[in-house]
Design a protein around this ligand. Structure first.
Ligand code: CTP
Ligand code: MG
Length: 397
């Protein structure tokens, strides 16, 4: 039996052919204060444009709204492509006007007939979470009036005259720093725009001027407006902090070579049997290198350093570790920590464990824990034919 089609209010991103909610994303500004050489909504933040990020957030709403993107007249096609890719379904695109208010008016003209609640959102508030859109919709439905998200003002605010003289301190308990999305019953917003005689910087200003009550609901710190280069950097840092760390794993094995000097964990071990290899056979250092390269997605030691490369013939672990650190840092990572274990009968590691940890931690700029174990006489390490090392590395952005 076919399953009945149910429209669930809480199924995220469920689309409707007759949307009740519309979000007008205003993206037609020039971004003068950002000064990035492109209209602000088309400036990239960690690889994605502000417009893409703003529209993508709408996917997370409980119900997929009608999405209207108001873009610069010469960017309509680009806005349509970016909007559709970010939303996962087509968006309406319309050219903006000279001022934000005119841009919103252009968007209002394209509302679907079924829309009852309209949210207006600045593309420049690119990190606004979907939950704030849902909260504004809920508050519009509950109050039947306009709703703006706002945050308490934390600075002391002064009223200052033209000459720069402080006139008074404004009572900040009466103030709210308002954000978008701002939500309204469609009829109220449309009527306020028709009756507009002044140019306001937000929609609540016009609706209030038309005599309708507007309520403030709790805003979200992430909904800050990207206005200046400093704001863009802050947004980049917030995104970087939200990215998960990356883990990598690496192993290495070398056979004993009685003719060689032993170098292990970056240390020289006089009187101990050495290890065979193109380099100095430092399995501990090499396992760490592989773990770091894997975590950064940079391949492995053979691919990066090349066993045929004469520069690394006989090279000590230190050379590989320094260069690997440089490579992962150039990819935008910082080493979080490393754990490495040596498996073998010789050398007795415990007496020099702390020395090895200090050296490796210094070389890599992060804590390195080194442990050692034997295998109860089993396998090639147990038979004393060589050593193995196993390492994990954590990288953070
Ligand atoms: N906006 C718009 N049409 C305009 C002016 C602004 O659609 N004529 C939009 C912007 O794209 C932005 C939002 O309104 O998403 C808030 O405006 P603002 O932060 O001032 O952006 P810009 O006007 O682009 O920046 P600036 O004032 O620094 O030039
Ligand atoms: Mg502006």
């Amino acid at each position: 039996m076919p399953r009945p089609r149910v429209r669930c209010r809480y199924a995220r991103g469920v689309s409707s052919t007759d949307p009740r909610i519309a979000v007008i994303v205003v993206a037609a500004g020039s971004g003068t204060r950002l000064g990035a050489g492109a209209p602000k909504a088309f400036v990239r933040l960690a690889g994605r444009t502000l417009l893409e990020r703003s529209v993508h957030a709408l996917r997370g709403m409980r119900t997929l709204p009608q999405v209207i993107v108001v873009a610069p007249a010469d960017r309509l096609e680009e806005a349509a492509a970016v909007g559709e890719a970010a939303l996962g379904s087509p968006v309406v695109v319309v050219a903006g006007g000279e001022t934000r208010q005119r841009s919103v008016a252009a968007g209002l003209a394209r509302l679907a007939p079924s829309v009852e609640v309209v949210l207006v959102h600045d593309a420049a508030r690119a990190l606004t979470p979907a939950a704030l859109f849902d909260a504004v919709v809920d508050a519009v439905e509950a109050t039947g009036g306009g709703v703006v998200p706002g945050l308490p003002v934390s600075d002391t605010i002064k009223r200052v005259d033209e000459g720069g003289t402080v006139r008074e301190t404004v009572d900040r308990s009466e103030l709210a720093a308002v954000q978008t999305p701002q939500g309204f019953p469609r009829a109220q917003l449309a009527a306020a725009y028709e009756a507009a005689t002044t140019d306001e910087t937000d929609d609540a200003g016009l609706v209030a001027a038309a005599g309708h009550p507007v309520t403030v609901v709790p805003g979200d710190a992430h909904a800050f407006k990207i206005t200046t280069p400093w704001d863009l950097r802050r947004a980049e840092e917030l995104l970087a902090g939200a990215l998960p760390p990356r883990i990598g794993f690496g192993t290495d094995t070398h056979a004993f070579d009685p003719a060689a000097e032993l170098w292990l964990a970056g240390l020289h071990w006089p009187g101990e049997q050495g290890l065979a290899g193109h380099s100095d056979g430092d399995a501990v250092a090499h396992a760490i290198v592989d773990a770091l390269l894997a975590a950064a997605g940079l391949g492995d030691i053979g691919g990066v350093f090349g066993t045929g490369d004469p520069r690394f013939s006989g090279a000590h672990g230190e050379v590989f570790l320094r260069e690997t650190r440089r490579l992962v840092e150039a990819e935008g990572y910082r080493i979080g920590n490393i754990s490495v274990q040596l498996v073998g009968n010789r050398p007795k590691f415990a007496p020099r464990r702390q020395e090895a940890e200090a050296l490796l931690s210094e070389l890599l700029g992060a804590p390195v824990a080194v442990s050692a174990t034997t295998t109860d006489g089993l396998g090639f390490t147990g038979r004393g034919e060589g050593v193995a090392a196993f390492a994990t590395a954590l990288l953070v952005r």
